[in-house]
Design a protein around this ligand. Structure first.
Ligand code: HEC
Ligand code: HEC
Length: 234
């Protein structure tokens, strides 16, 4: 899976050599300067080299590859999850093809690359979860989220570092649905010593398909400014 990155690097190198040759021959119409070419080659960070191939240049994710929108996820969470994959807590179930792909990538990453990638992802503009359709019962979703999810994911769905609970409101809808089903069926989070994943396995065990959909619809509403704080009393 690393091949596209290698091809990209090779292309950048060719571009760079062209630019250098153009400049050194004194060719007046050279389209890019040597400094610009250098920037292309040497700013080639771990995100651009590896992650962008699947998660897109702005961390927007790619539906056809099942890769989530990760732009703006905080450093701690990206680091947490890259290590979850690398430590074989996540992406090891034979039925979890997208997870296995991400795990394969994580195995090639050093601690330094994980640190660098996490910081680059955190600096990207977050992309809000898709808003729910008008047919959705937002009030029911608000009540459900307040009672079932808010305790750990906070009222604003931004997650809580102390609980290692994920920020939810920038993840795309299809990914959120898949993860909740993955926890419920034990594809994710069921490995014995995955204490954080275990919480979500326990949590989702009692949820119906309709409740999972309601939660994800409501996360969309939350991403667009809804507030569940007083829903417990409603
Ligand atoms: C081969 C494609 C591919 C590459 C390359 C790749 N990813 Fe992924 N990534 C995925 C897929 C697919 C998933 C969804 C896994 C799942 O469904 O559990 C994922 C999931 C993730 C998640 C979990 C998000 C969450 O909310 O829990 C993070 C974080 C992540 N990737 C970061 C990265 C970073 C950083 C890089 C570069 C070092 C990278 N990925 C490279 C395909 C890729
Ligand atoms: C007891 C605390 C707790 C409760 C309650 C809880 N969560 Fe979680 N949730 C977590 C933790 C911890 C994680 C990170 C697990 C991991 O690393 O796999 C998580 C992860 C997730 C993820 C995966 C996000 C990602 O980036 O891949 C989703 C989606 C999610 N929770 C949704 C919900 C929803 C919806 C509810 C309510 C129905 C809920 N959670 C209730 C603690 C909780």
């Amino acid at each position: 899976m690393i091949e596209p990155a290698i091809i990209k690097s090779a292309l950048r190198l060719v571009l760079f050599l062209f630019a250098v040759l153009g400049v050194s021959c004194g060719e007046p119409q050279s389209k890019i300067t040597m400094e610009e070419a250098e920037e292309i080659v040497f700013s080639n960070d771990v995100y651009g080299q590896i992650c962008a191939n699947c998660h897109g240049g702005s961390g927007e994710g790619k539906g056809e590859l099942f890769s989530p929108s990760i732009g703006g996820l905080p450093t701690w969470y990206v680091k947490d999850q890259l290590k979850q994959f690398r430590d074989s807590h996540r992406g090891i179930d034979p039925g979890d093809i997208p997870g296995q792909q991400m795990r394969a990538i994580s195995l090639s990453l050093t601690d330094e690359q994980i640190e660098e990638a996490s910081q680059l992802v955190a600096a990207m503009t977050p992309i809000p979860t898709e808003a729910p359709g008008t047919e959705v019962d937002i009030e029911a979703g608000r009540y459900f989220f307040a009672n079932q999810c808010m305790e750990c994911h906070r009222y604003n769905g931004k997650g809580e570092v102390v609980f290692h609970s994920a920020p939810l409101i920038t993840l795309n809808r299809s990914y959120l649905l898949r993860q909740l089903h993955n926890y419920r069926s034990g594809i994710r989070g069921a490995v014995g010593d995955d204490i954080y994943g275990n919480k979500m396995v326990e949590m989702t065990k009692r949820l119906t398909d309709e409740e999972i959909k309601l939660a994800v619809d409501y996360i969309g509403a939350l991403a667009h400014g809804d507030d569940p704080r007083s829903a417990r009393e409603r």
